[in-house]
Design a protein around this ligand. Structure first.
Ligand SMILES: CC(C)=CCC/C(C)=C/CC/C(C)=C/CSC[C@H](N)C(=O)O
Length: 408
C-alpha cells in the first residue's frame, strides 16, 4: 500500500494517536494522557514491560512478514495460503494453529495484558476476541501500534487510481455464471449483467470469452453466488462464515458519564472494550478523510464511530451518545469468523487458469493482505501460463545467502 500511494502520488495521512481508554463495561481499566511521559508511566504501571515488549514483538513479526515483498519481486507464487505463509516464515504456520492468546502467553505476556490490551485490539479490528488465530491476531496488533496512516481523501482512491494506470478494459457488471469451455477459442465463457448507470434497467445479460479468470470477491454464504457450469468437479461457496459488523457514525456528543467521566476533559478519542459479552466493540472519534475535524464540529460536537456485532437500537445509540444530530449505519460482512478448520482453507487455484484471491482473508483480512493475495495470483497465473514451474510452491532462497554447496 505504501508503494501504491507513492506510485499514484497519493498523500499519506498520519493518524494522531490521541488518548486511549480500555473499558470493561463498568469502569475504565486504563486511560492514557495527552502527555506522552504520563502515558508511558501509566501503561508501565498497569502492564509492566509487556507494553514495551509488544512493540518489538510486532516489529519482529512485521520484518518476517516483509519477506513476502522480496519473494514476490523474485517472481515466486504459492497455490495455498499456508504455503505462502510458510514462505514468509514457518512460525506463521504455527500461529495459524494457535490462538493469539496462547501465542502471546507462550511468549511470556501476562493475562492482564492479554485480557485488556490484546482483547481490546481484537474486538475493534475484527469484532472477535483473543481466541482468534495467532496470525490474524498479529496483524490486528500491528493495526493498533502507533504510526497508522490512511490515504488523504480516502483509501478507496488507491483502487480507483490503479484502474486507469493498469490500462485495463473495465466492464462493470454482476457476474452470473462461468462456464468451462472445451476446445474453443477461449477457456471460459462469462455471463454477466452490465451495471453501468447509463443502462439503468435496460441491461441484458452479456457473454464474453476469457483465457484466464481471477475471482476477487469472497465465495462464502451471504455473498452473491456465481454459477460454475460444466466443470468436472463441483465448484461452490466455501464453508467458512463471515463476521457481520455494524459501524454506526454519530455526529453529536459522546456520553462521557457512561464511561465514568464527569465531563469531556481528557475523554479518550479511542475506547477499546475488553469483555467478550459487551455490546460495544469500540468507540473512535473521527476526522474527515482529509484529516480535518468533521465540518460541524463545534464545542463538544464531533463525529464518533462505534463498532457493534449487531445493529444498535435507538435506545442503544443513546447509551453511547448524549446528543445526536445525524446517525449513519454501515452494516456488512466485513471479515471471516476466525474460528474455522485450518486444514480446509480455500485454495488460490479453483481450476486450470481460474484463480481465487480471497482465501488470503482466512489468514487475515486487511488491504495489505488483499494486495499480497492479488499479486500472488497474478504471479501464479503468469508462472502457470509460461511454464515457470520452478517458481511455484518453492521456498525462496535469497541468492546472496546461497553457499557453493547449495549451488551444487
Ligand atoms: C505484523 C503482521 C503479521 C503484518 C503487518 C502487515 C499488515 C497486514 C498490516 C495491517 C495492519 C492493520 C492496519 C491492521 C488493521 S486490522 C484490519 C482491519 N480490521 C481491516 O478491516 O482492514
Amino acid at each position: 500500500m505504501v508503494n501504491f500511494s507513492k506510485i499514484l502520488g497519493l498523500e499519506q495521512l498520519k493518524h494522531d494517536d490521541g488518548i486511549l481508554g480500555i473499558f470493561d463495561g463498568d469502569e475504565m481499566r486504563i486511560t492514557t494522557s495527552s502527555y506522552s511521559a504520563v502515558t508511558l508511566a501509566k501503561l508501565f504501571w498497569r502492564y509492566g514491560l509487556d507494553i514495551y515488549n509488544i512493540r518489538s514483538w510486532v516489529k519482529d513479526v512485521t520484518e518476517k512478514f516483509s519477506r513476502i515483498y522480496t519473494i514476490q519481486d523474485a517472481g515466486f507464487a504459492y497455490t495455498s495460503v499456508m504455503d505462502l505463509l510458510q514462505a514468509m516464515d514457518p512460525v506463521f504456520v504455527k500461529y495459524m494453529k494457535k490462538s493469539i492468546k496462547s501465542v502471546l502467553k507462550a511468549d511470556g505476556y501476562s493475562d492482564r495484558f492479554i485480557d485488556e490490551f490484546v482483547t481490546g485490539a481484537m474486538r475493534t479490528n475484527y469484532g472477535q476476541n483473543a481466541d482468534i488465530h495467532g496470525f490474524v491476531g498479529a496483524v490486528s496488533l500491528a493495526g493498533v501500534e502507533p504510526g497508522l496512516w490512511s490515504v488523504k481523501g480516502g483509501n478507496y482512491r488507491i483502487p480507483e487510481n490503479l484502474i486507469p494506470l493498469s490500462k485495463i478494459n473495465l466492464i462493470q457488471g454482476d457476474v452470473k455464471s462461468i462456464t468451462l469451455l472445451e476446445y474453443q477459442e477461449s477457456n471460459y465463457e462469462l455471463r454477466y449483467l452490465p451495471t453501468s448507470p447509463k443502462l439503468a434497467n435496460n441491461a441484458e445479460i452479456q457473454t464474453k470469452g476469457y483465457d484466464v479468470i481471477v475471482i476477487a470477491n469472497p465465495m462464502h454464504d451471504g455473498f452473491p453466488d456465481i454459477k460454475f457450469e460444466d466443470f468436472p468437479n463441483e465448484i461452490k461457496n466455501f464453508p467458512q462464515k463471515f463476521h457481520r459488523i455494524i459501524a454506526t457514525f454519530v455526529d453529536g456528543v459522546p456520553n462521557n458519564t457512561h464511561y465514568g467521566f464527569e465531563n469531556l476533559d481528557g475523554f479518550p478519542s479511542t475506547i477499546l472494550t475488553c469483555k467478550n459479552d459487551l455490546f460495544l466493540n469500540s468507540y473512535g472519534k473521527h476526522n474527515d478523510v482529509l484529516g480535518n475535524p468533521a465540518e460541524k464540529s463545534v464545542g463538544d460536537r464531533s463525529v464518533g464511530k462505534i463498532f457493534t456485532n449487531r445493529p444498535p437500537t435507538e435506545q442503544e445509540v443513546n447509551i453511547y451518545f448524549k446528543k445526536k444530530e445525524d446517525v449513519r449505519m454501515v452494516n456488512w460482512l466485513a471479515y471471516p469468523e476466525y474460528d474455522f478448520d485450518i486444514d480446509n482453507l480455500p485454495p488460490f487455484v479453483l481450476h486450470d487458469n481460474m484463480y481465487y484471491i480471497n482465501g488470503i482473508e482466512m489468514a487475515a483480512s486487511a488491504m495489505e493482505m488483499s494486495v499480497i493475495g492479488a499479486r500472488n495470483v497474478a504471479l501464479l497465473s503468469y508462472n502457470h501460463w509460461y511454464g515457470h514451474l520452478d517458481k511455484i510452491d518453492e521456498p525462496y532462497v535469497d541468492p546472496s545467502q546461497k553457499s557453493d554447496k547449495a549451488e551444487l
